[in-house]
Design a protein around this ligand. Structure first.
Ligand code: BG6
Length: 444
């Protein structure tokens, strides 16, 4: 990691992501001794805020004992717009004042509302950008064009925070470093794969953004597709080949319009932040197939929904039961429990102890004992160190949009009604029919 002075500039510092994730993750890096001695965290946004206001916004998201950390002496807030070059010149001037005559590396985090495009001036070293990377293939291309006219690919870090989650990071090691799994990782042994993301929370005031995008664009086309690629791609020969393998895999993903369930929780369309009569989905379930030899006829069930009965993100790899002696054996599941209660476990079949000859399920489990750092801590550290292994390339996003573009446009064009589900329920009843069609036993 660099020992030079470093300045983090958070564009969109008054927003949700900044207070919940970016500032607290930088604080964590500071506490862990991962920041150079001289560092500055400059928040920039349109709202008129003092440095103290910014601190007060962050406080609910950090530990009590860290509230007086010297980290906060390094924070500065600057007000400005996103469309005036004079404001960016002012930002640059203030940055130079803060940095003094020591050379400084700069990282710009664009945590901006989707309708804002920054027009930053020259001299930026690295920029970090978050989804939404457009809302379809076309808008993604125009976003890329405008970004590419200001920044080189080398300078651009496209973040997908699901990739930084500890258990997601463990997918490669579990798959490739364990011959038991790597040899059985195909259609001969695997019956189906389920990638499940359930949230209890509803809109939480994000209707302005969410209603334009919907659940499939919000988490499936990006986060869950990254997980899908990591779970199903061929083994890369080295770290530098990961992206190529991911792209190769993603190009093979096929969705069918018959295999989609889109639904909305009851009451969503009465939220004051959404359009009247909106049919935006807050729940999506899709069966994907990877059209290559390894995954022939293996359904990959992805689902994501808000306002459901529980919060969970997990991947279930369901192995076929192949025994003739134990024809009733239920098969095995390998579960990557990404959050909460992070763990990786294997449901195995065993004989019930004693004189019984019955079978039961026995768990082999790896749980994490210590508190795991937020995904952003790892990813921001990677930006500082210039390591792009865990960042998303333009080509991957392009391919993911290609996979989803038609399906999403067709969903957009469905006028009138959308299936409904009750808030706090396990989802719409329609999804059961979809799962049954592929003989998928949904565990959550
Ligand atoms: C974001 C989505 O990317 O991920 C949100 O926009 C979602 O809608 C969030 O709530 C979930 O992330 P995490 O890490 O808090 O589970």
């Amino acid at each position: 990691l660099t020992t030079n002075q470093i300045s983090f500039v958070i564009l969109g510092a008054s927003g949700d992501l900044a207070k919940r994730k970016i500032y607290p993750s930088l604080l964590r890096l500071y506490i862990d001794g991962e920041l150079p001695e001289k560092f500055n965290v400059i928040g920039y946004a349109r709202s008129s805020l003092t440095d103290e206001d910014v601190k007060a916004k962050i406080e609910p998201f950090i530990d009590e004992q860290d509230k007086d950390s010297p980290f906060f002496d390094h924070l500065k807030y600057i007000q400005g717009s996103y469309d005036k070059s004079s404001d960016f010149e002012n930002l640059n001037k203030k940055l130079l004042e803060i940095e003094g005559d020591q050379p400084s590396n700069r990282i710009f985090y664009l945590s901006l509302p989707p309708n804002v495009t920054a027009d930053p001036s020259k001299g930026f070293n690295r920029i970090v950008i978050e989804k939404p990377f457009g809302r379809d293939l076309k808008t993604f291309h125009s976003l890329s064009k405008s970004l590419n006219s200001s920044f080189t690919d080398e300078e651009t870090y496209r973040i997908d925070h699901f990739v930084g989650k500890e258990v997601v990071q463990n997918i490669y090691a579990t798959r490739f470093a364990n011959p038991t799994f790597s040899r059985a990782w195909d259609s001969e042994s695997i019956e189906n794969i389920q990638i499940i993301f359930k949230e209890k929370i509803d809109l939480e005031g994000r209707g302005g953004y969410f209603d334009e995008y919907g659940m499939i664009r919000d988490v499936m086309q990006n986060h869950l597709m990254q997980i899908l690629a990591m779970v199903t791609m061929d083994e890369p020969s080295s770290n530098s080949n990961i992206v190529q393998e991911k792209i190769k895999l993603l190009k093979r993903v096929k969705l069918s319009e018959q295999d989609v369930v889109a639904a909305q929780y009851q009451g969503y369309n009465t939220d004051s932040s959404v359009k009247k009569g909106t049919t935006t989905e807050t729940f999506g379930a899709i069966v994907a197939h990877v059209e290559n030899d390894r995954w022939k006829n293996v359904p990959i069930y992805m689902k994501a929904g808000k306002a459901l009965d529980e919060k969970v993100l997990q991947v279930i790899v369901k192995f076929k039961s192949t025994s003739t002696l134990f024809a009733d054996a239920p098969g095995q599941e390998l579960v990557f429990r990404i959050q909460p209660q992070e763990s990786i476990y294997l449901n195995t079949v065993s004989k019930v102890a004693g004189i019984s000859n019955k079978l039961n399920k026995v768990l082999m489990k790896h749980s994490y004992e210590k508190d795991l750092p937020d995904a952003y801590v790892r990813l921001l550290r990677d930006v500082m160190g210039g390591d792009k292994t865990n960042f998303i390339t333009e080509e991957e996003i392009n391919v993911c949009w290609q996979v989803f573009d038609n399906l999403l446009h067709n969903l957009d064009n469905v006028k009138g009604t959308i299936a409904q589900y009750e808030k706090g329920s396990s989802g719409p009843s329609e999804e059961i029919a979809l799962a049954n069609k592929y003989n998928i036993d949904l565990l959550v």
